[in-house]
Design a binder for this molecule. Structure first.
Ligand SMILES: *[C@@H]1O[C@H](CO)[C@@H](O)[C@H](O)[C@H]1NC(C)=O
Ligand SMILES: *[C@@H]1O[C@H](CO)[C@@H](O)[C@H](O)[C@H]1NC(C)=O
Ligand SMILES: *[C@@H]1O[C@H](CO)[C@@H](O)[C@H](O)[C@H]1NC(C)=O
Length: 312
């Protein structure tokens, strides 16, 4: 550059003047004054209950307002994954961002270069939006973070898990008493123990998905894995009580099984209702159902303890 400037200067006044003007123009084009500026954006939030996330990018000082002169580029952690060329109106996306598109192509010429992406493809991180209008350009960077919204709140998940764990604990306590104090066939022993283990495995898998999965479908599968297999607890408690009670159709057994089934039904209905809303609105019904199941297990346990005491 330096050499190029010296050459015309040696030729004389007018050449030098032309080059000086060009240099000024170039300087203006490269300096801040010719940069595109953006509406301030601190961050974008990803809401798990929505289908798409919109990354805002609003240019405030477009001059030509002509989409043909525009070019938009979006990057994640400095790696380009989306381009839009105004002249040909063509979009290119990285495979892993196939759902990315301008949120409002019609208003791009007014400066709206916001990007919409399916929430399943939008990864939290630093996104940058680079807009070019003819020879002016600018870039804005924003982090995408998870919004506070969840399908199930932490409190709701905790209550669901606590009551399931209580129901399982009370079942195993009853089973412990039976194994220690009563003579039962090996087959029955194996059934009661393996049933208890199966429900523990489902409880762990479901709780992990309910609490730690980010996206709603996985949380829903988690709650399903917690609620639906809980039906095992109904026959298990029946067999436990049946072992203890001589008359098999005593009022206690019937009462326990009927109430427990009602608790289970309530939990399943609550689960079905929860599937239809985001955030879930019927978590209280699921919790109520599981609470009834845990209570009935507790009643069974108290009965076994009481019976053990009075028999001695
Ligand atoms: C774009 O896709 C390639 C391969 O599909 C991948 O390696 C790269 O990380 C992607 N870029 C971004 C920004 O995700
Ligand atoms: C830009 O377009 C998006 C998507 O249509 C819209 O939500 C947003 O409000 C627009 N922003 C402005 C400043 O027009
Ligand atoms: C985004 O960038 C900021 C500052 O450069 C950095 O502190 C932060 O960790 C980045 N966020 C992510 C998710 O990479």
């Amino acid at each position: 550059m330096g050499g190029g400037r010296r050459l015309p200067a040696a030729k004389g006044g007018s050449g030098m003047w032309t080059l000086g003007a060009a240099w000024l123009l170039l300087g203006a084009a490269c300096s801040g004054s010719a940069q595109l500026t953006f509406a301030a954006t601190k961050s974008a939030e990803l809401y798990v209950c929505r289908e798409t996330v919109t990354l805002p990018c609003i240019v405030t000082n477009l001059q030509m307002k002509n989409i043909k002169a525009m070019f938009v580029k979006w990057k994640l952690e400095k790696k380009e994954f989306f381009t839009f060329e105004g002249l040909t109106r063509t979009t290119h996306t990285n495979e892993s961002f196939s759902t990315a598109k301008l949120a409002s192509e019609e208003t791009l010429s007014q400066g709206n270069a916001s990007l919409s992406i399916s929430i399943y493809q939008a990864i939290p991180g630093n996104y940058s939006c680079e807009v070019t209008e003819s020879n002016r350009e600018g870039e804005i960077v924003m982090p995408l973070i998870y919004g506070p919204e969840k399908w199930f709140t932490k409190g709701e998940s905790s209550l669901v898990i606590v009551f399931l764990v209580l129901a399982i604990l009370f079942y195993w306590s009853q089973l412990g008493i039976i194994l220690l104090k009563y003579k039962i066939t090996l087959l029955k022993k194996v059934c009661l123990i393996s049933g208890g283990l199966i429900i523990i495995i489902f409880a762990i898998a479901g709780s992990v998905l309910l609490v730690s999965a980010v996206y709603v479908p996985k949380n829903q599968i988690g709650l399903g894995i917690i609620v639906i297999p809980a039906v095992i607890l109904v026959p298990l408690q029946y067999f436990v009580l049946q072992t203890v009670l001589e008359e098999k159709r005593s009022l206690i057994v019937i009462g326990v099984i009927v109430l427990k089934s009602i608790g289970y039904l309530i939990a399943v209905i609550g689960f079905a209702l929860c599937l239809g809303a985001c955030p879930s609105k019927s978590s209280a019904i699921v919790i109520a159902g599981l609470t009834i199941m845990a209570l009935i297990e507790a009643v069974g346990l108290i009965y076994l303890i009481f019976r053990g005491l009075t028999n001695e």
